[in-house]
Design a protein around this ligand. Structure first.
Ligand code: ZN
Length: 752
């Protein structure tokens, strides 16, 4: 049976290990707050906090410390905690020596006899019965009980791009005043709100029926639903018998990032043409303008004919919305479709969905496989904000001697920092399928490398159907320099894991998998290397990959510029930490413009094959016979020389590159990268902005007080002591620019 189902059903009677742990945690939390008899838990805290800094200060610092890897960090936190106490003496913060204990637990009935913390096995992600831990949702999210599952299928015929005729209709958006609302989620928390707590199954209580009630068998209104993993439809308005205007839900706790869509319709009729128009997209440019079709899945086709997701749609048009709210421009995607069956259940999606549960099912199969589990160790890297597990896989063959084990180089791969880029998961799946196989090449790779794999960096975002952000309402791939471990646990722990790995061995390659919304094909972003000794070496792997996957991977689309706005990305941070071959892999949501796959959409199989090609290219890259490597390097120099000539010619200048041409800065030659990883950081998480404001105000008032003439030496000493305890606040979170002791990392609520 599908494991998620089992977990779902048992959740009321048999709490999973994490629930159990959280219960204990909250008991302690209650003790800390002296709330005996009224233990707070997710059931009684079903509300969203808005602009309430006091709540932030009134939190526990004790329980998550077992996730802190080094003593130094712990000490830093403890000392910072003491500082916070000093600052917030008049807030609700309580000072208690118990806070300093990390090993002892006190519960309600047994206060005098503290007991030792439960061992780490409480975090075990697969229970002894082999069931999965069900996803945890923010408590304001309604989630239907049904489990959604799609079959994997590859269409036998190529799915060509849509060829625009020029006669596509551009429907005028009429809105709910002139139409009928047939599906509407409760208003979702947007900008100004922030995540507070989570539970398995999301919102407690009865889930409202949001779809309309049909008036009889003749009523052919479509029934919409999206309250399932990765679903994100906010509203559907029927504007004509078979025409619907759709509004997508923005990323939670933000008012932007609409791009990903995934929803279900029921009560279909065949032989009629339906039109769907998504009305609140935000990107001015889209692959839908150059032939990309939406994906459709018919449940009856899957059940009867074993047919899965396929590219469908006619009269596809992407255009600017005629309604304007004066602040933001919206864009529309419209398409028409004929459903294959009457009374069918169908799904639409921006790309082949790959959910957190899909990942867990896959990892469970690896954990249960007696051979794969020998060389693939599954660990918890950390918990996400909502308490979902971020998995870390270590894949390597046992070495015959410690010396050989120590000599192995490492390769780090990650995916889904951007939750709406499910492309990344399919490439990751292809990689894992191959590296865990018994192919001789896979065995060789496991012999010579240690692979560290984080297959889903942002499980919360994937679960709730976000496109770009985590539950902190921020793009995690702009925060890799963060010191805010509690706000950005997934990337903080990833960076820390890589930092420790680098202390242990050379990391040959780091690659973070993404999806790209404006370009076709697959390509890499890398980092120009300034060391002449390794000049152009960072481009060898991408060039080799393009030779191994010529119909899918475009070397021409690769870019190696390190822009200021990308400083917080995984690629640049890992490069600055010393990984020369540090990449973002971008794979299109659409298809290829190359070779035999020209004008054809990528299938799941195409994406998975890229995972294999990464492995294949690694072997070429590390071949002791350096012929391929030196050939590629020579080719790169030739390519670059041509590029320089071209640029100079464009500017109408003559150039003589004899001798010194390699001194020209590579950054000057390349244009900047753009597309899915081009946005700027939004700064600190929302819940911290308020508290920083408060503390800054407090500092200002303290400074004013300082100006008053002091009367006694005692008073001056007291003030001196107070100032010593009061660190200076700055609106930043970067480790590289932080002010004295990074106090902010302690100001984050210990969110269950
Ligand atoms: Zn991305």
């Amino acid at each position: 049976m599908f494991p998620a189902l089992e977990t779902e059903r048992k959740q009321e009677t048999l709490p999973d290990p994490y629930e159990d742990f959280m219960y204990r945690h909250l008991q302690y939390y209650g003790y800390f707050k002296a709330q005996k008899g009224s233990l707070p838990n997710s059931a009684t805290h079903q509300h969203v906090q808005k602009n309430n800094p006091q709540y932030l200060l009134n939190v526990s610092f004790g329980e998550r410390n077992d996730l802190i890897p080094d003593t130094l960090q712990k000490e830093k936190l403890l000392s910072l905690h003491i500082q916070i106490e000093a600052i917030s003496r008049d807030s609700l913060m309580l000072s208690s020596p118990l806070l300093r204990s990390r090993q002892l637990l006190f519960d309600e009935l047994d206060q005098v006899n503290p007991r030792l913390r439960e061992p780490r096995e409480l975090f075990a992600f697969f229970s002894s019965k082999g069931t999965l831990q069900a996803p945890r949702w923010p408590i304001e999210c309604e989630v239907i009980k049904e489990s959604i599952h799609h079959i994997e299928w590859v269409p036998p015929q190529p799915e060509y791009f849509y060829q625009p005729t020029g006669n596509e209709k551009v429907p005028e958006i009429v809105g709910e005043e002139k139409g009928t609302v047939v599906y509407h989620l409760n208003p979702v928390p947007t900008e100004g709100f922030y995540f507070t707590s989570s539970r398995v199954g999301g919102k407690r209580g009865i889930i409202k029926e949001l779809a309309v009630t049909l008036e009889g068998p003749e009523d052919d209104t479509l029934l919409f639903e999206s309250r399932f993993e990765s679903g994100n439809l906010q509203k559907a308005v029927q504007v004509d018998t078979y025409e619907y205007e759709l509004t997508l839900r923005t990323d939670l706790y933000t008012n932007k990032h609409t791009q990903w869509f995934y929803f279900r319709v029921q009560n279909t009729r065949k032989d009629v043409t339906y039109r769907f128009t998504i009305v609140n997209l935000l990107k001015p440019k889209s692959l839908y303008t150059v032939g990309m079709k939406p994906l459709m899945y018919s449940q009856l086709d899957a059940n009867i004919y074993n047919i899965g997701w396929r590219r469908e749609g006619n009269e596809i048009k992407y255009y600017k919305n005629n309604t304007d709210n004066g602040q933001q421009s919206f864009y529309c995607l419209t398409w028409t479709i004929q459903f294959p069956h009457d009374q069918d259940t169908c799904f639409f999606a921006h790309f082949y969905p790959y959910t957190y549960t899909d990942l867990q099912c896959y990892l469970l199969s690896v954990a249960k496989n007696p051979i794969q589990s020998q060389f693939c160790k599954l660990r918890t890297l950390c918990r996400s904000l909502a308490g979902n597990t971020v998995y870390l896989l270590t894949i390597t063959n046992p070495s015959p001697t410690p010396h050989e084990a120590a000599a192995k180089k490492a390769v780090v791969l990650s995916a889904r920092v951007h939750p709406g880029e499910s492309n990344a998961s399919w490439i990751m799946k292809g990689f894992l399928d191959f590296i865990l196989s018994n192919s001789p090449d896979a065995q060789l790779l496991r012999d010579i490398f240690v692979f560290k794999v984080v297959p889903m960096l942002n499980p919360d975002g994937v679960i709730v159907g976000n496109y770009r952000c985590s539950l902190a309402g921020r793009d995690l791939n702009r925060h890799y320099k963060t010191i805010l471990k509690e706000s950005f646990p997934c990337i903080w722990h990833t960076r820390n894991m890589i930092k420790r790995l680098l202390e242990e061995r050379e990391v040959l390659l780091y690659c973070d998998f993404h999806g790209h919304s404006r370009k076709n094909n697959i390509f890499l972003y890398g980092c120009n290397n300034n060391d002449r000794k390794y000049w152009l070496h960072e481009r060898v792997f991408p060039l080799m990959l393009s030779k191994n996957a010529p119909d899918k991977f475009s070397f021409h689309s690769c870019n190696f510029k390190v822009q200021k706005c990308k400083e917080g990305t995984g690629r640049v941070v890992m490069w600055r930490m010393g990984i020369l071959n540090s990449y973002t892999m971008e794979s299109t949501f659409s298809g290829s413009t190359l070779g035999s796959k020209r004008n054809i959409h990528f299938t799941i199989e195409d994406l998975k094959s890229l995972g294999y090609h990464v492995c294949d290219t690694l072997l070429d890259f590390c071949d002791p016979d350096k012929t391929k490597f030196t050939q590629c390097l020579a080719e790169l120099k030739e390519l670059l020389q041509q590029e320089i000539h071209k640029k100079f010619n464009e500017r109408g200048k003559e150039v003589n590159l004899e001798g010194s041409w390699s001194d020209i800065s590579l950054s000057d030659i390349e244009s900047s990268t753009s597309g899915s990883d081009s946005s700027l950081s939004d700064g600190l998480p929302v819940h911290l902005l308020n508290i920083v404001d408060e503390l800054n105000q407090k500092m200002m008032s303290d400074k004013k007080k300082k100006k008053k003439p002091l009367q006694t030496r005692k008073q001056r000493n007291e003030l001196h002591q107070k100032n010593k305890l009061m660190p200076e606040f700055k609106l930043t979170e970067d480790a590289s620019v932080r002010k004295p002791r990074g106090l902010l990392c302690c100001l984050v609520p210990d969110i269950p």
